[in-house]
Design a protein around this ligand. Structure first.
Ligand code: ADP
Ligand code: MG
Length: 701
């Protein structure tokens, strides 16, 4: 678009002036013509239809009625007075009511002349009334050039109080269109517009503000949503492609002894097809000349660890070191023990480095890392310290990546001359739609298949009043040799309270499960790490029957013999956390159970969460519900991304448009990476603008 015109400060629009401009800036963030153009309506009032009085329904929808005022009166009420007009059409009567501005309104109302009234109706004492209707003489209504569907813009209390009503917004946007006549330019390419039958830009904008009818409104919305998502995807995909072209990685050309020996002789189980596919994807990446940046998504228990190990073996076969970083000490230790076990027949040197590694051991590890004696280093954030230097780090794997920030990830990069290949793994199921937007610059692999023979976890919801039966159930399971988790919420703000809950719970469990018969472990964040590890080990070895814990056990912990997960105050957990916790059981061959305990006091949202857990164990389905309940803003890892700034598209509802936009963005960049083809000029121009400004919609000028 004509950039100078749309960059004009809003103060210069006719009908705005300094006071209104000030309000628009402060309340709606509208500084320029362009900002105003992109103030998209929240909803529309359909004025294409007239209702008869006897057709009125008791809904909150705005309706439009044709009729005449037959009578006007003032009614005294407790506080002040109200003005009441009887309004009627050929089907019935209703009342129009005003609580303010009596005098002026009364003088302006005309009896027995046809009006068009518009507004919400109330139902009271057997008849309908409309408070403070918008009204217009039918003769004027017919003459005026009004849109059939009236936009309703976002507003604030201050705006309305200071006289910038919806009507005022409509009129200044009308003014903007009047002044901007030929300043619009197209921002999508001709082939795109033609193939997808999209409305031209100007028409789309006109119809988003002043839709002629439902069909055109739908088309306008479609076009603008597509455009918004298209440019986000274009940015992400371009970043990914540039990255691949520019950032060289170590090509791991060989698949050698470690990998082959392990694959042929020591694989503890047959890989699932999904695991095989993902390993192939990773092998392809590693064999390339560019650095791998891959996100591996797989539900809890889907078997990401073995994929990590096999990727590590490829790195080792090519003479490189590898590291595996996990967010907690417990998880690091578990990975360490797990890999030691898996690799026991391979001659590898594997070390563990965490916050609680002794200084003397640390020094040895640092030394061995630098001279290449260590093949695999596993650990927590401790790996990121500057002192930790590798001889030749070829692959860095990050487990449960959402626990680490982007900055931390990139720190791993700088441990070498060339950045290592990076594989981030997450069990937080991110809906594909969202993953495409948030992690669109990473390549994504998905393990969408659980190892065979897993029995679905039976999930039930029980109220606190049923606790005795739950205890009985626990005893039955324990008598069969199974182990049980009991998890209490831990929410930072109320740590003291949570701690008390946990300790109270522990006490009552201890009373119910006396030490003469039962062994109980306890695990919480306030314990020293040696104590935590000690308790965890006892539970892993099966020396204790019950593990009472806070959410410290949430991530990754693997005890196949544990078959019952009891979650206390389950209504206080988020869906993804509940799902993670449930994933701690169902890891062995036995039937597993998850019992969600709650009080009778449940919010609607809380109930939906519990119901969802009972209904499904599909992590992606759960993530979709979670997203619906909380909105993308709350999903981990999405805060920094542009997803939140979507102005018109909806990441969930517009899934199909997103997919389409992504595939077109990909195709265009593939065939014309620098957007040099003449047909792509509008895209190139828009894209250049876009990268200059903060948000997607600023590119328009
Ligand atoms: P996650 O993806 O949650 O990290 P893990 O890698 O910890 O899952 O695997 C969960 C459990 O499933 C482990 O006990 C692991 O040994 C087992 N497992 C993984 N892959 C398979 C497979 N293909 N067949 C059988 N068991 C498997
Ligand atoms: Mg894991």
């Amino acid at each position: 678009m004509n950039s100078s015109f749309f960059q004009t400060p809003i103060d210069y629009l006719k009908g705005v002036g300094p006071n209104r401009a000030d309000l628009l800036k402060k309340e709606l963030g509208i500084f320029t013509f362009q900002d105003l153009l992109h103030l998209f309506p929240n909803r529309y009032l359909d004025r294409t239809k007239f209702y008869k009085i006897n057709q009125l329904q008791r809904t909150s929808a705005d309706v439009q009625i044709l009729g005449k005022i037959t009578h006007i009166k003032i009614v005294d009420q407790k506080r002040g007075k109200r003005l009441v007009a009887t309004f009627q059409d050929e089907t019935g009567k209703m009342e129009l009511v005003w609580f303010r501005g009596h005098k002026w309104i009364r003088e302006s109302l005309k009896l027995n002349i046809t009006y068009v009234i518009f507004g919400k109706t109330n139902w009271f004492n057997g008849s309908f009334s409309m408070p403070h209707p918008e009204m217009e003489l039918f003769s004027d209504y017919e003459k005026s050039l009004r849109p059939a569907m009236q936009a309703v813009y976002p507003s604030t209390e201050k705006l309305t109080a200071r006289g910038i009503s919806n009507r005022v917004l409509i009129s200044i946007i009308q003014q903007l269109f009047l002044e901007s006549k030929n300043s619009f330019t197209e921002t999508l390419s001709k082939p795109l517009l033609e193939t997808l039958k999209l409305l031209p830009k100007k028409e789309a904008l006109l119809n988003i503000h002043f839709p002629q009818n439902q069909t055109l409104l739908a088309k306008a919305q479609y076009r603008l949503k597509f455009e918004e998502l298209f440019y986000i995807q274009l940015q992400l995909i371009r970043k990914n492609l540039l990255h691949k072209a520019k950032i060289k990685g170590y090509p791991f050309s060989r698949v050698g002894e470690n990998f082959n020996t392990f694959y042929k002789e020591h694989l503890p189980f047959e890989l699932t097809n999904a695991q095989k596919r993902v390993i192939k994807e990773i092998r392809n990446d590693l064999g390339n000349n560019s650095q791998m940046n891959r996100l591996l998504q797989g539900d809890v228990g889907s078997g990401k660890t073995i994929v990590a190990l096999m990727s590590i073996l490829i790195a080792l076969d090519n003479g490189f070191q590898a590291c595996l970083m996990a967010p907690t000490e417990i998880l690091s230790v578990q990975h360490y023990n797990g890999l030691l076990e898996l690799c026991k027949n391979l001659k590898l040197s594997i070390y563990l480095l965490t916050g609680s590694t002794k200084t003397s051991d640390r020094r040895i590890i640092h030394e061995k890392l630098e001279n290449g004696e260590i093949n695999i280093l596993i650990g927590t954030h401790a790996l990121l310290e500057d002192k930790v230097k590798f001889k030749n780090l070829g692959l860095a794997i990050i487990d449960e990546q959402h626990r680490f920030g982007v900055a931390q990830r990139s720190k791993l990069w700088h441990k070498n001359k060339l950045p290592p290949h990076v594989l981030v793994m997450t069990a937080t199921p991110i809906p594909r739609t969202l993953a495409m937007s948030v992690y669109g610059d990473l390549d994504i692999s998905i393990i969408d298949e659980l190892p065979p023979g897993r029995k679905a976890i039976k999930t039930v919801h029980r109220f606190d009043s049923n606790r005795l039966r739950v205890f009985k159930f626990m005893k039955d399971e324990i008598s069969k040799g199974r182990q049980v988790y009991i998890v209490y919420p831990l929410i930072q703000e109320s740590e003291v309270l949570d701690y008390k809950d946990l300790m109270d719970g522990y006490e009552s469990i201890s009373r119910e499960f006396p030490i003469s018969e039962y062994q109980i472990s306890i695990l919480h964040g306030k314990m020293k790490s040696q104590d935590k590890e000690y308790e965890m080990k006892r539970f892993i070895k099966g020396e204790t029957n019950i593990m009472v814990a806070t959410t410290v056990i949430e991530v990754g912990v693997n005890v196949p013999n544990a078959s019952v997960m009891i979650i206390e105050s389950a209504e206080r957990f988020g869906l993804s956390q509940l799902h993670q916790l449930r994933g701690r059981v169902g890891r062995g061959a036995d039937q597993s159970y998850c019992i969600l305990m709650s009080s009778h006091k449940l919010s609607e949202n809380g109930r939906t969460r519990l119901d969802t857990m009972v209904k499904t164990s599909d992590g992606f389905e759960i993530a979709e519900v979670d997203l619906r309940l909380r909105g993308p803003g709350d999903l981990m890892g999405t805060q920094q991304s542009g997803v939140l700034n979507l102005k018109i598209a909806d990441i969930i509802k517009d899934h199909d448009i997103l997919k389409l936009a992504r595939s077109y963005a990909f195709e265009i960049l593939k065939s014309d990476p620098s957007l040099l083809k003449p047909e792509n000029l509008p895209i190139k121009n828009t894209f250049t603008q876009l990268t200059k400004y903060k948000n997607i919609w600023s590119f328009i000028s």
